[in-house]
Design a protein around this ligand. Sequence first.
Ligand SMILES: [Zn+2]
Length: 634
Amino acid sequence: MKDATEATRAANRAAIAQVPLADRQSFEDARRGFIEALGDKLITRPDGRLVWTLQGYEFLESELAPDSVHPGLWRHARVNMANGLYRVTDRVYQLRGFDVSNMTIIEGDTGLIVIDPLISTEVAKAAMELYLKHRPLKPVVAVIYSHSHVDHFGGVRGIVSADDVAAGKVTIWAPAGFIAAAVGENVIAGNAMLRRALFQFGAMLPRGERGQVDTGLGKSVSLGTVTLIPPTNLIEKSAETHRIDGVEIVFELTPDAEAPAELIMYYPDFRVLNMTEITTQNFHNLLPMRGALVRDSLSWSKYIGGALHRYGATSEILIAQHNWPVWSGDRVRGFLRKQRDAYKFVHDQTVRLMNCGYVGAEIAEMVMLPASLNDEWSAHSFYGNLKHNIRAIYQRYLGHYDGNPANLDALPPVEAAKKSVEYMGGADAVLKKAREDFARAEYRWVAQVASQLVFADPANRDARGLAADAFEQLGYQSESATARNAYLQGAFELRNGVPNLPAGSGAAPDIIRSLPLDMYFDFMAVRLNGDKAAGKTMVLNWRFTDSNQNYVLNLENSALTFVEDMQADDADATLTLTRSTLDEISLRKTTFAAALQSGQIAIAGKKEKLEELLEMLDDFPIRFPVVEPRPAGV
Ligand SMILES: [Zn+2]
């Protein structure tokens, strides 16, 4: 990791004038109600592996931003350091800084209502222990999952047992569509997302002034045991009021904005509005860099506007499941107005320019927040990235294609790079010019052109070094934590190659067991290697005796399709098994072959057909290259 260049130093100094540094309200808001910090404790798995710590962030104690961090991001990363147990108001507490997300606890008449038990059991348990150190011991009687992202449910078994849920001692509440969204969002494209998430969160980057400083929503992501207990109570209507352990909760569904299944809550007894993740202390992501379906900024803005009209007048405190609260009714209303308008402004201006004929790359240069929004820290893109979000809106409406047929069938990266470099006079000539542009601080162009050199010849060490240097300076200048992480991870990989991924990053057992069978077969179908399947046909009946489900799978034209509740009379083979056997195979506790051997799977008809199918399925590589071409022959 190199120093900030003189140009980066100047850019970050100039940025001081563009951000409202004098507004220090967030520091006060984040500290209010503080009881005890998590501090520099280590939270580990039973086998000692590290799950979470704030150690390594001590460098953020300095008030003044270093040259290698954007001053807005520096301030945000510092406020996000507020951690520990906080009293929001009577009977409402929050645990912050135990993960990327917050855990909220409401004290009911007889027990505790927990909202969002973080990503992993180890941190959820540690958060609960800190709470119980200061508050009377009461059982958890209800858990609410605010939405379908793993940082809002994964730690559930750290605070309640599935047996207590089954026995009716604990109810679990979630928005309609929760399970399909929670287990499904990361299945079909899950492998690609997992690899790309390294760039978004920078979880493997060293922490420091020239490394990872924040994620925007919190410091980082915990790396412990992910669990899921399915909800017992779903919120199905757009708004529903329930009394849970004596506490009145108004639930309002906000689907297809920040997550496919999500809700916000108003607690009238406490005059607290919980915006969950519909508002956080930044402009969120319309398209996370890990990749996702593009989110709808228009609905997003409308949900915030609706919350303002319905609960704004009576709310005294606004909390969320990330970052820190907003205190006092006036400021809650002001905050909601700015958040509502930030999503609306960016949406509308992007669409306006789109309709004027500009393409995403142009609009991203044109749309700047108006001063009234730019003066508001929470409208700044610490988790999202404004330019990336603008392109996402374009993509949502018009797709990645900009309409110019020159780009309709452009050459793929390696071929295009080789041709470009050749036309530009060869690698040495390009490198010479690119170095001059680097000296002139034209980092965006140097990143582009040096990346072409790398794709033309990944062994060109000078080109790799120059591309990495340009990425690094761009990262240092980014106000968005996720853009910074992406650039710095890119620089790291150009210098050191693709890192080894942490062990145990496969899907958690609870998630696999909750996966609807439809999704299982959808995922099996995307593993089908079309070339291997060429010319092959088969029909397989599947009977699941424990879940009473039947499927018929059809392979022809290199496409694997299925129909539920059907069995074919002329199937090549019929498999009879239990869903739990299938789950054990998915969890790699057994294999199809071993299950056939042991009789856990019975097969009638042509037994060899199953084996034939399995041989056509790909296993996805977890360490695929991103910032350089894949090695020949892979
Ligand atoms: Zn979240």
